[in-house]
Ligand binder design. Structure first.
Ligand code: ZN
Ligand code: ZN
Length: 234
């Protein structure tokens, strides 16, 4: 069926992006990672080699070493996750840094010790300020290891919506409530808007209204592209 053909096209686009990012991180690591730590640093890169969020963090860190000194990421831990946004703690050879990451971009939030523990961010993730527990545990004790999303069935691999949450509009995994196909590929959006192309913001807003009226299909693990659950992907 042509549905599988279209899905294949989307995947190729994604893996090209990821390959490019991997190569770029490896090149940056040559300048940043102390020689004796390179093997361990590369092991961590391998763990996140198919995970967009993990790669974004590694790329950001190795592009702008926050202290301007040689350093490397030993571990990435998950402080909080909400609606496709991730608050991550990167434990490095020297210290620990906080990053806020989503498919929209990445924000540096300072070191774990002196971090910009913004109240809005803390409330959004429903977490307490770790500074309020001063003298207690470090990030290694407080937060679990961040698992690569490709392997976490409860998270949409493209837009990172959790099970039961709506996809970001435009996510290739979202199913069309009218025809059951992939919403970004079927023609329903044009049929419903009675248009040939979609250009303006107003049309997108109208489309979102029509979608909500019909009832959008939230993310569920069954929607995952099947290649993510096999070991063949390389
Ligand atoms: Zn999605
Ligand atoms: Zn459709």
């Amino acid at each position: 069926m042509d549905k599988s053909h279209q899905r294949g096209q989307a995947d190729r686009g994604m893996s090209n992006d990821i390959l490019e990012k991997l190569n770029s991180i490896r090149a940056l690591m040559d300048f940043a990672v102390p020689e004796e730590k390179m093997v361990e640093a590369l092991d961590l890169l391998e763990i996140y080699s198919e995970d967009k969020i993990g790669l974004d963090v590694l790329h950001e860190f190795y592009s702008y070493l926050p202290e301007g000194k040689d350093d490397w990421i030993r571990e990435i831990r998950l402080i909080g996750r909400q609606k496709g946004m991730f608050l991550l703690a990167c434990i490095t050879g020297l210290t620990c840094y906080i990053y806020l990451v989503s498919s929209e971009g990445i924000e540096f939030h300072g070191s774990f010790e002196e971090g910009i523990w913004d109240k809005e961010v803390l409330d959004f993730f429903g977490i307490e300020n770790p500074k309020d527990r001063k003298g207690l545990d470090g990030p290694e004790k407080l937060y679990p290891i961040y698992e690569p999303i490709g392997r976490d069935a409860e998270i949409c691999p493209a837009c990172h919506a959790a099970t039961g949450e709506f996809h970001e509009l435009g996510c290739p995994v979202e199913l069309c409530p009218w025809c059951g196909g992939q919403f970004v590929y079927c023609n329903c959006r044009f049929d419903k808007l009675e248009l040939d192309t979609l250009s303006g913001e107003a049309e997108l807003i109208k489309l979102e209204e029509l979608l909500s009226e019909k009832g959008r299909i939230p993310y569920a693990p069954e929607q995952r592209p099947s290649f993510l659950d096999t070991d063949e992907l390389q």
